[in-house]
Design a protein around this ligand. Structure first.
Ligand SMILES: Cc1cc2nc3c(=O)[nH]c(=O)nc-3n(C[C@H](O)[C@H](O)[C@H](O)COP(=O)(O)O)c2cc1C
Length: 400
């Protein structure tokens, strides 16, 4: 009789706990927005661009899937009203990350990543894309912000040809960046030469390192960069301002950072999003900084190779071309089964990073040259989800 009573109490406690757990999960999932359609992922659908009749918009819909600094998607498109084959790409000066990218260098690289995706998609859809960079001349650097709205980064002319299937095309729809651990297996000579041959620009240098000494040195730059950057309040504020905690925010903004970028998906993503939404304090500046440094260290410990794109100078055209090469590498790397991630901190031009910036440049370039991209390269141990993208019609500049 007594035993049965205890059993009953235990059962009651257990069912109470189960109800509590279910209620907690319901609240977490509702706060995360689990029932919301992820509109911010629609541009990744292979049929997304087909809803547009204008081939210029179709191609721009592919361009916006490219990697870009801080996921700001700093692109504006003006369709030529007189020539239906032509559109202009402008850097969107409302989408700068001024603290981490004070000279808008990464913003210009992100113009190049976009243009390369446009070119690859163009071939597939039956358009040769003729690019003219800065057709109205270079920016006046003293009036950079105003000039961004006046001077296009590129004039893109579509010349109708027969569609040519590109083995790179389908990789446009894969997530661009993988911040997870990679297998530590070194690249074979053949793989290295395959990757090196992707650079067909004389004025760009592509370097790949996998020897012990350089791996150690470059890993040190990556971790030092992460430690320095995560200790700077104004930079943390800039990143926090574009962090989207749940599905409601991701659908509203469709740019910036989210948990997908940290490799979190599925049920775990919704539990985390729910927690951060209900208790924003768990995502405090200190916690975020600690997680960033720790995940950078894990990434470094699981990186078989680093790579760099180096330019002779640091012109806007060189920056754009570096972005084009970066996208070309992303697509080719994915085709070969590899992934990439740029731990860019050490290349950023704010005062606190000056010493590390100078050291890495002194160690790896000739005087006057610039490392435009520094990135990890390897075989992934974990798939990463796609991240937010805006609707292509949001890129259209109607003021023209
Ligand atoms: C110029 C440039 C700089 C970047 N810097 C970093 C970086 O420092 N750390 C990082 O993890 N990803 C970096 N990225 C990757 C972007 O954060 C990423 O492309 C963006 O968030 C969109 O995500 P996705 O590439 O997975 O689509 C950079 C990309 C570009 C083009």
């Amino acid at each position: 009789m007594k035993k049965r009573g205890i059993k009953k109490v235990v059962l009651m406690i257990l069912s109470g706990l189960a109800v509590l757990l279910i209620l907690t999960l319901v609240v977490l999932f509702a706060s995360s927005g689990i029932m919301k359609q992820p509109l911010y992922l629609q541009p990744w659908e292979r049929t997304y661009s087909e809803q547009f009749d204008d081939p210029r918009i179709r191609l721009a819909a592919h361009g916006l899937l490219a990697a870009n600094g801080h996921n700001m998607q700093p692109w504006k498109i003006r369709l030529d009203t007189k020539d239906s084959r032509v559109f202009y790409l402008y850097a969107d000066s409302d989408r700068l990350a001024k603290q981490v990218d004070p000279y808008a260098r990464q913003t210009m690289i992100s113009q190049g990543t976009f243009l390369e995706y446009v070119q690859v998609a163009g071939g597939e859809l039956g358009y040769k894309t003729v690019l003219e960079l800065f057709p109205d001349g270079n920016y006046d650097e003293q009036n950079l912000i105003e000039d961004m709205s006046i001077k296009p980064v590129a004039k893109v002319t579509l010349m109708k040809t027969s569609p040519q299937h590109s083995p790179l095309y389908s990789f446009i729809f894969s997530p661009d960046t993988n911040r997870g651990p990679y297998e530590n297996t070194p690249f074979t000579e053949e793989q290295l030469s395959q990757l090196a041959s992707i650079n067909n620009e004389d004025d760009l240098t592509l370097k790949i390192y996998q020897d012990k000494e350089n791996m150690e040195k470059l890993g040190n730059y990556a971790i030092k960069g992460a430690i320095i950057e995560s200790s700077i309040h104004r930079i943390n504020e800039e990143s926090a301002a574009i962090f989207r905690a749940n599905e409601y925010q991701k659908n509203k903004y469709r740019y910036g950072f989210s948990l997908e970028g940290q490799g979190t998906s599925g049920v775990m993503k919704h539990i985390m999003q729910g927690l951060i939404t209900i208790l924003p304090s768990i995502n405090s500046e200190k916690t975020t900084a600690d997680i960033f440094v720790k995940s950078t260290q894990t990434a470094i410990n699981h990186t078989p190779a680093y790579s760099m794109i180096i330019t002779k100078g640091n012109t806007r055209i060189e920056q754009v071309k570096s972005g084009m090469l970066y996208s070309r590498l992303v697509l080719n790397a994915h085709r070969l089964g590899f992934v990439m991630q740029p731990p860019s901190q050490v290349l950023e031009e704010y005062p606190e990073m000056k010493e590390q910036y100078s050291n890495i440049h002194r160690g790896y370039t000739n005087a006057g040259s610039t490392i435009q991209m520094f990135f990890r390269l390897g075989k992934p141990t974990q798939a990463f989800p796609q991240t937010m993208r805006r609707d292509v019609m949001d890129l259209m500049d109607t003021e023209y």
